[in-house]
Design a protein around this ligand. Structure first.
Ligand code: CP3
Length: 349
């Protein structure tokens, strides 16, 4: 029965391999500060972190862009480093800076983290998932998410956002066995985190490996492909039929090896991936999601609509989900988002 219900959602049908004209659409970071109603909810919560851990307000901000734009999928409102807090690493947010953590840089540091209280600490997030699912209409799918383990490791080790990932890369190169223990802990945590989201009602999950493109090919295979393959195979075994979208942002030609070797069900491409290449190399392997440059959404007009039409023309004949190539930018005019949705769905919408 649940299969029949799910198969009615256009987004899930595409992820199972059916082409759709027009394609389903949602946008990465579709909930956020570009929306006045988000800013109001965040002010009510008092801080970004309080918002993430408040199931009433977090489910509300997840649903805001669905109500406003009618997207085909909602994505859980949370943030990528939260599971690190679940493992016992202190996490804070400073305005304009993003996440700030106490860095973990050695095996001795790593031993301070652990799994025993992991799911309890993150319980409000699973309650958010239940509330979102209850608030969605029959056509809108719910996406859960986690960071890719390499990206999660960069936040854990650098202590926040980074430009060159010096500490993470050098730990991996100097002490591969010690670094592998960190990746193993993060893999187990991610598996439990995503399983709990699925049990709470997520119908699909996306792995955001935002900094995958900063590794050389050898390290990419070791710290992106291999752990992702492990997580994908275990999630598939535990939750058959729940699609997994991979996003190794910036991976360039390594996207192909990622799709072939990880077993992801669909692939999110960044704006740097040429459409012809994606159509030829990736779409025969699995559904593709992407990849409008978020700056085009800020600028609007023909810079946005012509590029969106080209994406639909070149990728829309096979299974394809319209999305950006990276998250929505802070100064995006909401009217441009509405216009993009009309442009992708066509005049009948
Ligand atoms: O897509 C959605 O609407 C769901 C929510 C979501 C957020 N972060 C909310 C958020 C998702 C899926 C993420 C993922 C995330 N978080 C990633 C992977 C995707 C990517 O962008 O590469 C990463 C790297 C992070 C880490 C992170 N969180 C950074 C670097 C920052 C600061 C940058 C910024 O935009 O301020 C955040 C904060 C954050 N995460 C905000 C939101 C809405 C802004 C916080 C605020 O309201 O002040």
């Amino acid at each position: 029965m649940s299969t029949k219900k799910q198969s009615e959602k256009p987004f899930l049908r595409v992820l199972r391999g059916e082409a759709s004209v027009p394609p389903p659409i949602w946008l990465m970071r579709q909930a956020g500060r570009y929306l006045p109603e988000y800013r109001a909810a965040r002010a009510k919560a008092g801080s970004f972190k309080a918002l993430c851990y408040d199931p009433v307000l977090a489910s509300e901000v997840t649903l805001q862009p669905i109500r406003r734009f009618g997207f085909d999928a909602a994505i859980l409102f949370a943030d990528l480093p939260l599971p690190l807090e679940g493992l016992g690493q202190a996490l804070d947010y400073r305005d304009g800076e993003g996440p700030v953590l106490e860095p973990i840089r050695t095996s001795a540091d790593l031993s301070k983290l652990g799994l025993p209280k992991f799911l309890d600490r993150l319980a409000p997030i699973f309650e958010t998932v239940r509330r979102i699912r209850a608030g969605l209409g029959p056509k809108t799918a719910l996406i859960g998410f986690a960071g890719g383990v390499w990206t999660l490791a960069t936040y854990m080790i650098e202590g926040g956002s980074s430009r060159d990932f010096t500490h993470a890369k050098r730990w991996a190169l100097r002490d591969a066995a010690g670094f592998a223990a960190a990746i193993e802990l993060l893999s187990v945590a991610t598996l439990r985190y995503l399983s709990a989201q699925i049990q709470a009602g997520a119908e699909c999950v996306q792995l955001f490996d935002s900094w995958a493109g900063t590794l050389d090919a050898e390290e990419f295979e070791r710290w992106v492909i291999a752990p992702t393959r492990g997580i994908v195979s275990q999630l598939h075994a535990a939750h058959p039929g729940v699609p997994i979208i991979g996003f190794p942002r910036g991976a360039g030609p390594l996207y192909e090896a990622y799709v072939r070797q990880t077993g992801v069900d669909a692939i999110q491409i960044d704006s740097g991936i040429p459409l012809e290449w994606a159509a030829k190399q990736l779409q025969p392997l699995c559904p593709v999601q992407g990849n409008l440059d978020p700056q085009r959404l800020v600028v609007g007009g023909a810079a946005m609509t012509a590029a969106a039409a080209a994406i639909c023309r070149k990728l829309g004949k096979k299974p394809f989900v319209f999305n950006l190539g990276h998250g929505i930018l802070l100064d995006t005019p909401p009217e441009h988002v509405a216009e993009l949705v009309r442009c992708v769905r066509g005049p009948s919408s």
